[in-house]
Design a protein around this ligand. Structure first.
Ligand code: PLZ
Length: 443
């Protein structure tokens, strides 16, 4: 049992982490960047224990993965039991029940009551890439529309879909063709103000696609219902429904990338549900596997069945141990009402972050939903000039005090909070006290 409290035994990083950092520099590609160089030995709930015995509060969940908490007993038991039976056969060679059951659960839980089918993969990028494959096979069209501030992964096609060149695309081209980028309805930075954002952004989208691509050439629109790496941008209300209606009108597959937002994170099973949007295809990963790598594409049966048999797959996709972990995690999300927990976390985060915004003019915007909330940091000079150095200093200040937080955003000036949904209220309050200290120190 790890007591759910923050407790520092050394300065951070401690000697064990410093030694491992030296080994990392000698062994690991420098292209893999490390945010907080605190090496983890074990974890439980919302606490990570580093190699020096320091107990850290995790407000990152390994980028929205550990929603059911670290080492959740039900997940650990399911993983051990499955590993002892068999770890791998490859579903395409000799199948097993866990894969089928995860697909059944996803067909049941994703938005919409229509007939659905699912295929399993290993990573979020792979899920998004396969969503585009099915959309192309179904429509017979080549083009894909993605948005400013989008993040969809690091494979060749998903790099093309991802908006930001630094660090994701620098030196890695040429990129996949037939990807078109349009503006996102980003209320905080919309030139004419947040009220007109949804309608103007949609009008611009429709006009640009009509002129530059042609509706009849578009296979899919790919969108994160709340943008993640791009800065926790919640599209202006109405924008997603207008996109979805436009897709239906033009025979375009509406793909929701729910990799970061899915599985109770935003206070419902999926973030698309807040606007009543029913995506044709949903890409999921991260929290789905309860900490093990697993990803999925779920969609309308006729779309998912469009590629030729054998057209989708992969050696490890839907690994049996990952499927066992996913089934345990999904069952825990239901039995513990983790969507409700995310909504309660969202209330605490909103009120504490808004109080910080009253105190620090550097907090230009507080946004997000449920247990996916962020602050956007700006230079307090009457403009909205991004302050990435401040975001970096705040994240570092939190890390030194034993709270793991992540920066994000197109301009690197957003600090995001993604606690495990099982975090205890006192622990969340403590982490937010630390955030206030770190902000006071850095401003
Ligand atoms: N779609 C919406 O958030 C992964 C990646 C961080 P993978 N986000 C974290 C990094 O620097 O690599 C993500 C996402 C959305 C797709 C992905 C890709 O998921 O499992 O990392 O491939």
């Amino acid at each position: 049992m790890i007591e759910q409290v923050r407790r520092l035994r050394t300065e951070l990083p401690g000697p064990g982490s410093v030694a491992l950092a030296g080994r990392r520099r000698a062994a690991v590609s420098g292209a893999v960047a490390v945010g907080n160089e605190l090496y983890i030995d074990r974890g439980e709930g919302a606490i990570l224990v580093d190699v020096d015995g320091n107990q850290l509060i995790d407000l990152g969940s390994g980028i929205a993965v550990a929603s059911v908490g670290h080492a959740a007993p039900a997940v650990v038991a399911a993983v051990s039991e499955q590993a002892a039976r068999f770890e791998h056969t490859c579903f395409m060679v000799t199948p097993y029940e866990g894969y089928v059951e995860v697909c059944e659960q996803l067909n049941r839980l994703t938005p919409g009551a229509h007939e659905k089918r699912t295929a399993l993969f290993n990573s979020g990028a792979e899920a998004v890439e396969n969503a585009v494959k099915v959309a192309r096979a179904y429509t017979g069209r080549p083009a894909v529309v993605a948005f400013d501030h989008a993040y969809h992964g690091r494979t060749n096609l998903t790099m093309a879909l991802t908006a930001k060149v630094q660090p994701y695309k620098d030196g890695f081209g040429p990129f996949a063709p037939e990807v078109y980028r349009v503006g996102m309805a980003y209320p905080y930075r919309w030139p004419t103000g947040p009220e007109r954002c949804a309608e103007e952004a949609f009008a611009e989208f429709a006009a640009r696609v009509h002129v530059q691509v042609g509706e009849e050439h578009v296979a899919a629109v790919v969108v994160e219902p709340i943008q993640g790496e791009g800065g926790f941008i919640v599209p202006a209300p109405g924008f997603l429904s207008m996109l979805s209606a436009w897709c239906a009108e033009h025979g375009v597959v509406f793909v929701a990338d729910e990799v970061q937002t899915g599985f109770c994170r935003t206070g419902d099973w999926f973030a698309s549900e807040f606007e009543g949007v029913v995506p044709d295809v949903v890409a999921t990963a991260k929290a789905l596997g309860g900490g093990l790598p697993l990803a999925a594409v779920t969609g309308r049966a006729e779309i998912m069945d469009a590629p030729v048999p054998g057209g989708l797959g992969g050696t490890f996709g839907g690994n049996p141990v990952s499927c066992a972990a996913a089934l345990a995690a999904i069952s825990m999300m239901e039995s513990h009402d983790l969507a409700g927990a995310a909504r309660r976390i969202g209330e605490v985060l909103t009120s504490r972050l808004c109080a910080l915004a009253d105190r620090f003019p550097q907090l230009g915007d507080v946004r997000g939903r449920g247990a996916m909330m962020a602050i956007e940091l700006v230079v307090p000079d009457g403009t909205t000039r991004p302050d990435p150095a401040l975001a970096k200093a705040v994240v570092a200040g939190c890390a030194r005090r034993g709270v793991v937080m992540l920066a994000c955003g197109t301009y690197g000036n957003v600090v995001r909070m993604l606690p495990p949904l099982v975090i205890e209220p006192a622990l969340l309050e403590d982490a937010l006290d630390v955030l206030a200290e770190a902000l006071a120190e850095a401003t």
